[in-house]
Design a protein around this ligand. Sequence first.
Ligand code: 5RP
Length: 238
Amino acid sequence: MAEPLNRQDMAKQAAADAAAAIVENGMLVGLGSGTTLRRFVRSLGKRCEAGLTITGVPTSESTRALAIEVGVPVADLNDVGELDLVLDGADEIDPQGQMIKGGGGNLLWEKIVATAGARFVAVIDDSKTKDVLGKFPLPVEVVRFGWRATERLIRGLLVESGYLEPAITMRGGLDSPFVTDSGHYILDCALGEITHPDALAIALNRIPGVVENGLFIDIARSAIVGQPDGSIRTIAYD
Ligand code: 5RP
């Protein structure tokens, strides 16, 4: 028997169902990753079963597998043009629509798909809206070769940027590090409050060995925010 949904699950489901409802026939749709987006993909699968014709471009191997399982047709990003719509979750989103993503370890593919789309809609439960980004540790995807040297450079940048003694941890732990779909490691940087996310995102990506960081700047056009009572609200970003 299925487990009863807790309040956050109810909020995620509400956002996921509302997101599935905005997908239109014929669209090329970026399919995000994470628990909220898994609910969305299942919801979209039901719409496809009922006759909706779309093509999905997944942001992770796990989303690809789920989409195929529930009957959402998928294509490789290399085989399609600009996506009409990208739907994805977020770990945090601020009032300007700037986000931290990568809690599920998919930030690189997620950012590539997000920026390949004409419109990005964040699909989130209400715990993800924040006044300031940074309580959620910022994921930074790094190449495995020389990752300790890359970590030192990241630490140096963070200290120089005013984050005193930032805690940087290897996702999954040193004994069995998490490896992304592209074969990289993730370093999670606990920063507390990110004061200038745009500048930090650019500076991090200049460090040799950094593949991508979890700051998604000027990408979200709107958000569908699910509430625990099953209702949703939408937020538009300029
Ligand atoms: C995965 C992500 C997810 O979108 C983010 O972690 C939100 O996940 P969830 O819906 O499980 O809260 O960025 O890399």
